[in-house]
Structures are given as structure tokens and as C-alpha cells.
Design a protein around this ligand. Sequence first.
Ligand SMILES: O=C(O)c1ccccc1N[C@@H]1O[C@H](COP(=O)(O)O)[C@@H](O)[C@H]1O
Length: 209
Amino acid sequence: MRIRIKFCGLTRPGDVRLAAELGVDAVGFVFAARSPRRIEAADAAGLRAAVPPLVDVVALFMDNPGSEVDTAIRALRPTLLQFHGREDDAFCRGFGLPFVKTLAMGGGADDAAMARKRYPSASAFLLDGHRPGEPGGAGARFDWSTIPPLPRPVFLAGGLNAGNVGEAIRIARPYAVDVSSGIESAPGIKDGAKMQQFVEETRRADRNE
Ligand SMILES: O=C(O)c1ccccc1N[C@@H]1O[C@H](COP(=O)(O)O)[C@@H](O)[C@H]1O
């Protein structure tokens, strides 16, 4: 099966259009407080308009109040929610959309191993390199050989870039790869050449080259 690609933390319509032209499967928009990639609900419509049909739109949250999640959903119309904080299963499923829950791999595989019971409603799990209790999205990679068996598709994230995504795929064989800082020239500003190289290296690993 082809490995899916998600680009996250986009803030500019032109970057969204290029991601779609490169064949990326999903684009993510950050609503987490204090993120340098955070977009406001007022910006969401313009970014949403740049996404062509058949590309997933992901809204990312980290311990945002439910009212903020509702506002973001109304503005962006995402197809998938991504929760990066201490949200529980009931909160995550309460918005009536499929969701992916991030698990912290920076302290070992314990958090991920417990996820089977804690998030029965999750459509997928995203494994990031931060430590449990710490915010994700820090560009931190983890030991890709430590992923425990999980009952849902795995999105591999955390410090990926064109230089290491091939090795990550060969070791972890994830359902999808997710990248943000590894395709940027500055936080929230994507770099076209890095985006293209990331897609090419993912496809190369997909073909077992
Ligand atoms: O991108 C952010 O600013 C962010 C803020 C808070 C939580 C998560 C965030 N980003 C997500 O983290 C993973 C890994 O990102 P990276 O490739 O290591 O930079 C990814 O899903 C980002 O979208």
C-alpha cells in the first residue's frame, strides 16, 4: 500500500497549492496556542479555498478549549482532527469528526502501548518524538524501531526531513509520514524545494529503492 504523506503547519495558500500539486494526501493547519504556525479562524477560509478536492484537511489542537475547536471547525471545515495534548477519548470524539491522537515517543513506548485502551475511538495514531507531558511539534525524532503494535494506522512524525524519511519508512513501515519543520525555511514558511524532495524520497522508499 502506498505510504500517505501529510504536510502540517501550513500558513500560506501558495504552500497549500504546491503541496496538492506534489500529490500530498493531507494538509494540516495548527490551532494550538503559542505555536509559531498557529492560524486564526479568520485565515482559515482562504487557506481552505486553496485545497482541491480529494485532499484531506486536518485541524491540529493541543489542549484547546472545546469552544475553540468548534470555532475552528466552522471556519476550516476539516475532514480530520489531530489532538496533540492531554485530551481524552470522549473530548476527541465529541466533535463528530474522525480524529488522530498523538502519542509521545520521547520517553519510550509506554505512552503508545497504553493508547490501545485510552483511545478506542481514534481513527489513527500519530507518533511524535516529544516526551510524555511535553508539547509536540518540537522537531524531535525518536527511535523508530520502538513502535509497539497498535490497533489503528500509524502516522510517523517528529523531526522527519528529506534526508531521513527513507530510513524512517524502511524501519517503521508506517501508514503515513507527517512533516512540518523539515520542509520549512522558517516556522510556518514552507520551502518548495524541501517539499518536493520530501515527496520524492518518500516515493523512493515506497518503491523499496
Ligand atoms: O507545528 C507546530 O507548531 C505544533 C505545535 C503543537 C503541537 C504540534 C505541532 N506540530 C506537529 O508536530 C508533528 C511533528 O512536527 P515536526 O515535523 O517534527 O516539526 C507534526 O504533526 C506537526 O504538525
